[in-house]
Design a protein around this ligand. Structure first.
Ligand code: ADQ
Length: 744
């Protein structure tokens, strides 16, 4: 309707203006004409009465005067007659003008004085009247009195009103007709072909060429569709030759890079694209607290760190929760935007959750239930029925959104983490042809632990809807296979590492995640300046600096780390004033009480330990509780003589790999918890048990005294592992596994 009005509005305005101007002129003309008629009539009637009035006035015949004026009482139109004596005093008037006041009407005097007719348009009670007065003279030309004719003019205005009413009715009918015509024209010329074109594009976008009926319109729109078809054909041909070239390049045995992964994607995925789903989005738009301007940040999340480079290489669509307070400002009508914001390489589609949905799904079931359940760090998992219902609802919401994005064939979906255990099955129920992988970024517990979950069967069933389930390490794969074997009616194939449930097979594979690779360049001038600034700001010159970089999470062992630093300084006092532990800590999940309490506990503990040792300006622990960009973190890694990763349990832990990657001077020692996935790859790290505070403190001492040659040897070996097994290789093995599955 709005469109029709906009379309017809200019025409309606022009037509209305013409009609109104014409109406005004017509009404004026009609009014003038009617008034002229009236005047003439008044003149004629007054003159016709002159003789009889002269007789009555000359004889002072009161009864005759009354008879004369009474003749007008019964006339159809309101009119009247008045007789005046030679002084201008009213002597008789038609009954209906009884209240006519002679003294109020100045023009009488003129008529008497000049012995000439006079007239006036005036008001009597509530009506407009026209009166015409003539003097009555005797034969000698002396004045005998006056005769006045009075007419109600309201019928003149009534006629104008009638005219206007008819005009308005005509105008309304005209506007309605114009709107109807506009709606019809709009529909036939634009909406129907547009709708056809939109449906055509929808099928085209999904690759459903069989459903793309030829556009019947031979208009410009039809031509547009045919042009798009030609472009699509060229793209398909180009993609095919790119795929062939990519396959040739892939055969070269070199380290995995972004462009090599791109080759693999071109060769393996062909013209279908990848849809990735995660809870955390890779880019979040937030309002700057100081300036109020919107800016984007990359959340502190291992999942984001790992997947962003892959999506840069593959293109495709990443579906995630829109959680930044300025996120809605940057999406198009389909809640999508190109990212990275400064160099659009893939599409981010934001899903909006209500506070209730986020509370139940994310904070509740995922982070108070599944997270502690999987990590087994002695924080009790909480399972609330209402959270579970919300978790299911949100999984369905994401599933619907994913299905909307899927191409007609060769579709791949890559789901991330414990937030979406039900998604695989939900998508498969509607699109059994889609190949789906789920990567579990955190540890998978043993069957005894997992069996405390009240919704164990639905969760396992949801995950087994996928064709491939990946974990960081074989140990977690084994835990999952054993869990399925014990808790579900299924067949576990230990040779193939797969689970067959209701005739459907799911492969279970380890894929150790990583980062982009190692930094091969020495420190730039800017970085050197930043390192000097930090050194100066925190008075680190000449001291051994240990760094920790974490989200504030009880699984990361931050409290244990502080206790170990305390024990180290207590046991080896020669390091007092010579050792500083610098912790970068990003607030995380602060709405959950356990996280809130942990943050308080860490701050209190640091305060206590610092006041125990503080000597002059020296404090053993510097705590920077804030979010840092990856570029801001790097100088801290570079100046860290030691990096402490003391997770109580961690799927992989990317901080360990980031530290190794940043140390291109080959100096530095990594203290790494043996309960991280990374510990299985970075075997040259000093491995620690974060619960064993004494050992942990001794390892800090070992790190402090480690000779540079040994540091170099260990660092070189770890850097080779990180360089060879980078995130592109991780993605390449998952994509290869997925595409192989598609063939069978
Ligand atoms: P996370 O638990 O988030 O990841 P991790 O792998 O250590 O843990 O990654 C954390 C990321 O956040 C790193 O890239 C780090 O640089 C960044 N970060 C840490 N502190 C920060 C701060 N103060 N400011 C800004 N950024 C900060 C989950 C699993 C891990 C698994 C990853 C990837 O828990 O076991 O390694 O997914 O699969």
């Amino acid at each position: 309707m709005k469109k029709t009005i906009v379309f017809a509005l200019p025409l309606i305005i022009i037509v209305s203006l013409v009609i109104i101007i014409f109406g005004v002129i017509q009404v004026r003309y009609e009014e003038d004409k009617l008034m002229d008629d009236l005047k003439r009539k008044a003149e004629t009637v007054a003159e016709s009465l002159e003789l009889s009035a002269g007789y009555v006035l000359a004889n002072n015949d009161q009864a005759g005067a009354q008879r004369l004026v009474k003749r007008f009482q019964n006339k159809k139109n309101i009119q009247g007659c008045a007789l005046y004596d030679r002084e201008g005093k009213l002597i008789a008037i038609t009954e209906r003008f009884r209240d006519w006041k002679d003294e109020e009407r100045e023009y009488y005097r003129d008529a008497l004085k000049n012995k000439e007719a006079s007239d006036l348009l005036g008001k009597f009670k509530k009506i407009y009247v026209y009166s015409h007065i003539i003097p009555v003279l005797d034969d000698q030309g002396k004045i005998l009195g006056m005769v006045e004719m009075i007419y109600d003019t309201s019928y003149v205005f009534a006629r104008s009103m009638d005219f206007w009413r008819n005009m308005i009715i005509t105008l309304v009918l005209l506007v309605i007709s114009l709107l109807l015509i506009a709606a019809l024209v709009l529909r036939q010329m634009f909406l129907v072909p547009m709708r056809q074109l939109t449906v055509w594009f929808k099928h085209f976008q999904k690759g459903e060429t069989s459903k793309m009926h030829e556009i019947s319109q031979k208009s410009e729109l039809g031509e547009l569709a045919s042009e798009v078809e030609q472009v699509a054909l060229s793209l398909r041909v180009a993609k095919k030759s790119m795929a062939e070239a990519a396959t040739i390049r892939l055969k070269k045995d070199e380290i995995w890079t972004e462009s090599k992964l791109k080759d693999l994607v071109n060769a393996k995925l062909g013209d279908s694209s990848m849809v990735i789903v995660s809870n955390r989005e890779p880019f979040m738009h937030v309002l700057d607290e100081r300036t109020g301007a919107a800016k984007y940040v990359r959340p502190a999340s291992g999942v984001v760190t790992a997947l962003n480079p892959i999506m840069r290489a593959c293109g495709g669509t990443w579906i995630a929760q829109g959680s930044g307070n300025a996120d809605r400002q940057f999406v198009n009508s389909k809640d999508k935007l190109g990212v990275p914001p400064e160099d659009n390489r893939y599409i981010l589609k934001r899903i909006w959750l209500t506070p209730e949905e986020e509370g139940g799904f994310y904070y509740g079931f995922a982070n108070e239930g599944l997270w502690p359940l999987s990590h087994i760090t002695f924080t009790r998992p909480i399972f609330r029925e209402a959270d579970w219902q919300m978790y299911k609802q949100v999984n369905q919401k994401f599933a619907d959104s994913v299905i909307e994005e899927l191409p007609a064939k060769n579709a791949f979906v890559f789901i991330q983490d414990y937030h979406f255990t039900l998604l695989g099955k939900m998508i498969k129920d509607k699109r059994p042809d889609v190949t789906i992988a789920l990567f579990w970024h955190i540890p998978w517990p043993n069957p005894e632990v997992f069996s405390v979950c009240p919704y164990q069967k639905e969760i396992l069933d949801g995950m087994l809807g996928c064709d491939l389930v990946g974990f960081h390490v074989q140990y977690h794969c084994n835990n999952f296979l054993e869990t399925a074997n014990r808790l579900l009616e299924c067949r576990v194939d230990n040779e193939k590492n797969s689970v067959v449930r209701s005739g459907k097979e799911t492969l279970v594979r380890p894929f150790p995640i990583s980062i982009e690779g190692v930094s091969r360049y020495s420190v730039t001038a800017n970085e050197a300046r930043e390192i000097d600034r930090i050194r100066e700001k925190y008075d680190l010159a000449g001291k051994i600096v240990a760094v920790g970089v974490d989200r504030i999470d009880y699984t990361k062992g931050i409290v244990e780390r502080i206790l170990a630093v305390d024990r180290f300084l207590g046991k080896y006092p020669e390091y007092l004033n010579k050792f500083v532990f610098l912790q970068l800590a990003a607030p995380s999940r602060t709405k959950i009480k356990r996280y809130h309490d942990l943050s308080d506990e860490i701050e209190r503990l640091i305060e206590k330990k610092n006041s125990k040792y503080t000597n002059g300006a020296w404090r053993p622990i510097i705590y920077l509780k804030e979010y840092f960009t990856p570029e801001e973190i790097k100088p801290y890694y570079r100046l860290g003589d030691i990096c402490v990763v003391s997770s109580l349990h961690d799927g992989m832990n990317l901080v360990a790999k980031e530290y190794v990657a940043a140390k291109n001077d080959l100096a530095g020692v990594l203290l790494l918890s043996k309960f991280t996935g990374a510990a299985r790859e970075l075997t040259e790290a000093l491995q620690i048990n974060p619960y064993a505070i004494e050992e942990f403190a001794d390892s800090l001492k070992t790190a402090c005294v480690m000779p540079p040659e040994e540091q170099k040897r260990r660092m070189e070996s770890m850097r080779k592992v990180v360089a060879d097994n980078n995130v592109y290789k991780w993605a390449a093995s998952i994509i290869t596994n997925l595409t192989e599955l598609q063939k069978t």
